[in-house]
Design a protein around this ligand. Structure first.
Ligand SMILES: C[S@@+](CC[C@H](N)C(=O)[O-])C[C@H]1O[C@@H](n2cnc3c(N)ncnc32)[C@H](O)[C@@H]1O
Length: 276
């Protein structure tokens, strides 16, 4: 299994938050799903692997788009997120299948996938070279790897607004550590390039993409306090501090509020590579 910290987060508070906010997150991240579905449709793979598939949105969307000609598999370490993915698949009669395992070490059938993709699911490995080498072995010669990851926190100020606003009131909010497993673990494209080269991928292409995202303002406070480093310490704060944090955080998001909507730009990398 993945490092026990990631294992605990995704089977604990982070996994639970993603399950509870599945509809909202899928709405916010829908533009990335579209990009990945379109890319998959161009190549029409017979077997596709969705890494860190979470609650299954992208796996199910690609399975829907490719139809019965494709076998789509999602892999994830999070039991609660996969339980929701499986229930969603059953609800829509999808043939997509889900495996609960660590993508870094899972003994995939060698050369079995024609495409490997991920929406924000590959930045959490404690040994990324090992992980991507494992995914490369699972891929047929010529198979495409396509992943979306976040660029730096500086380029994504929306994502760190809550923790920056809360820091004076809650000094225990853990700092973001560059290159550490987590949301911004793949922010350095040079590092990603090295990881992919060292794990044996070829034709590596890493392009910046800036994607407009939106969600309803009524969801803002919940969204801002349920995810990221702030969420990890806010539950332990006393009631008075919590109230002040929520007010302060909400005010800090004002520049992103446009009437009934919240709008922000997601600064990401679209990573593509090929199995040799
Ligand atoms: C930010 S969420 C993205 C979920 C999903 N791809 C989406 O876009 O809705 C990251 C996902 O990666 C999963 N993950 C983290 N480390 C993993 C590992 N070593 N192997 C498989 N999945 C992992 C987490 O459990 C989580 O579901």
């Amino acid at each position: 299994m993945a490092s026990s910290e990631q294992e605990q987060l995704w089977n604990g508070s982070s996994g639970q938050a993603w399950v509870e906010s599945q509809e909202l997150l899928d709405h916010v991240l829908a533009p990335f799903e579209t990009l990945l579905v379109e890319a998959a449709a161009v190549r029409s793979p017979g077997r596709l692997l969705d890494v860190g598939c979470g609650t299954g949105s992208t796996t199910l969307a690609i399975a829907r788009r490719l139809g019965t000609s494709a076998r789509c598999t999602g892999i994830d370490i999070s039991q609660p997120m996969l339980a929701l993915a499986t229930a969603r698949a059953a609800r829509e009669g999808s043939p997509a299948e889900f495996i609960r395992a660590d993508a870094q070490t899972h003994p995939f059938e060698p050369a079995s996938f024609d495409a490997v993709m991920s929406r924000f699911g590959v930045m959490f490995f404690d040994d990324p070279v090992r992980a991507f080498a494992n995914l490369r072995r699972a891929s047929r010669a010529g198979a495409e790897l396509r992943c979306v990851v976040w660029r730096s926190p500086d380029e994504n100020p929306f994502m760190t607004t809550a923790e920056r606003a809360a820091a004076p009131l809650l000094p225990s909010v853990p700092p973001r550590v560059p290159d550490a497993p987590g949301q911004f673990g793949f922010a350095s494209s040079e590092r990603v390039q090295r990881i992919l080269e060292q794990s044996g991928w070829t034709g590596i292409d890493i392009q910046p993409i800036d994607v407009d995202c939106t969600f309803p303002e009524r969801e803002l406070t919940r969204h801002a306090t349920r995810f990221g480093p702030l969420a990890r310490v806010l539950d332990d704060a006393d009631e008075r501090t919590r109230t002040r944090v929520v007010e302060t955080v909400r005010a800090a998001f004002e520049p992103y509020v446009h009437g009934a909507d919240v709008r922000f730009v997601a600064a990401c990398w679209m990573i593509a590579a090929r199995a040799p």
